[in-house]
Ligand binder design. Structure first.
Ligand SMILES: [Zn+2]
Length: 177
């Protein structure tokens, strides 16, 4: 039976992973060195490149330490699944398209969603300042002592960037209204 994952080019899949993982060229997953030597391809997956780090000697490949490593399903299936998820296709439909069991698809989509969610805090770091401020303000009515302590810690603490931003915002609000 013809399935979507069979139409997907294996080399292109690994190329995509490499670009996502190392947008500025392959670097060591342990020490970050760019002194990397290619060490042939994976025994089972001919598009999966192996590397060795010239700095610390670490051996790794395209998928080491990713959620795609050591999986029963080939990378093409995972990529096809990710693609269909992006189109808001249901688990049931993904299972049919890729000739997989519904339970396997459920497991795959959960893990893929989790992986995307895990990366979110780094991207939205600036939003943390806003949340911090909301939290401090919300505690004011019930526990003024707590708020005072938090304010003092913020002013003298080592998280200068955050404390400064929160304080200046609160001051602005007070003077404007
Ligand atoms: Zn290294």
């Amino acid at each position: 039976m013809l399935t979507l994952s069979k139409l997907i080019d294996e080399d292109k899949c690994y190329e995509t992973i490499r670009t996502m993982r190392w947008p500025e060229g392959v670097c060591c997953i342990d020490c970050g060195s760019k002194s990397i030597t290619k060490r042939g391809k994976h025994d089972t997956y001919s598009a999966r490149q192996r590397y060795i780090c010239g700095e610390c000697g670490r051996h790794f490949d395209d998928l080491t330490d990713t959620l795609f490593a050591g999986r029963h399903q080939p990378l093409q299936t995972w990529m096809a699944c990710l693609y269909l998820m992006g189109l808001n296709v249901s688990n049931q439909q993904i299972a049919e398209e890729l000739s997989l069991h519904k339970d396997d698809v459920h497991q795959m989509t959960s893990e893929l969603r989790q992986a995307v969610a895990d990366k979110r805090p780094e991207v939205q770091l600036s939003g943390t300042v806003e949340f911090d401020e909301v939290y401090v303000t919300a505690g004011h009515k019930g526990q003024p002592e707590k708020v005072k302590k938090k304010g003092a810690r913020g002013a003298g603490g080592n998280s200068k960037g955050f404390g400064g931003t929160v304080r200046s915002k609160r001051r602005n609000r007070r003077s404007s209204g």
